[in-house]
Design a protein around this ligand. Sequence first.
Ligand SMILES: Nc1ncnc2c1ncn2[C@@H]1O[C@H](COP(=O)(O)OP(=O)(O)OP(=O)(O)O)[C@@H](O)[C@H]1O
Length: 254
Amino acid sequence: MNALVEFQDVNLSYGAQKVLDDVNLSIAPGEIVTIVGPNGSGKSSLLRALIGALKPASGQINRASGLRIGYVPQKLHIDPTLPMTVRRFLSLPLKIIDAEAAQALQRAGVYDLGPRQMSLLSGGQFQRVLLARALLHKPQLLLLDEATQGLDQPGSAAFYRHIEKVRDELNCAVLMISHELHVVMSASDRVICLNGHVCCEGKPDVVASAPEYRALFGTGTGGALALYRHDHDHAHGDGCDHDHTHDPVNEAAD
Ligand SMILES: Nc1ncnc2c1ncn2[C@@H]1O[C@H](COP(=O)(O)OP(=O)(O)OP(=O)(O)O)[C@@H](O)[C@H]1O
């Protein structure tokens, strides 16, 4: 198999609630793919199924043999009363040597944070440390689950610019969930729109070439959020029977 990961007709439920419905997708080496979709559309569940934390009710998830995955979660709670340096955090649960920690921090763009206390990091620094942890074992596939939640717009733009750099350095594929659709425009090779099933996918430049997008995106990132119109300029497959008129601004703000 050439792809790193392939979903074939994957169905997933929590009890009676169906969350993924015949999902098919594949991720090729080195590509940056973003999953967008409304709240509750199954994005995080898809990532959890991909890492093997959830078992599909039917269908297949094929991973390339020996695939190394790095995962940056949406958030991670660490007891603020627990003294723990960044260096120590990187050694949990697997002990690593100083050189490995230094290299991972360097790759995450925070080479000097090793001695700092986890509880005293800013939101942006904390996410970079989570990224460093995900990079420790040189992943072929990096998963980011709304990794910039809580960061301001410049902070999250810097984070995603850094992700492109990491991809170029490590040649890893990146699969990310983001509500920040300007990031989708600028950083992704491909966008997959999920609403229980994959309702459309395509290159972001289709969206970015819209005159409204140019007018707004050229002058800042805020307006670009309004331009992701789910009901045009994508090809929809059969069986896509739900309302496609999402409210991207509110989705982005959630
Ligand atoms: N452990 C669980 N047990 C039961 N239901 C769950 C569980 N995790 C998620 N769900 C439900 O499954 C659906 C999909 O959730 P999921 O977190 O995958 O969506 P999402 O697209 O990532 O949402 P968001 O954008 O809000 O983060 C939601 O209706 C959610 O309430």
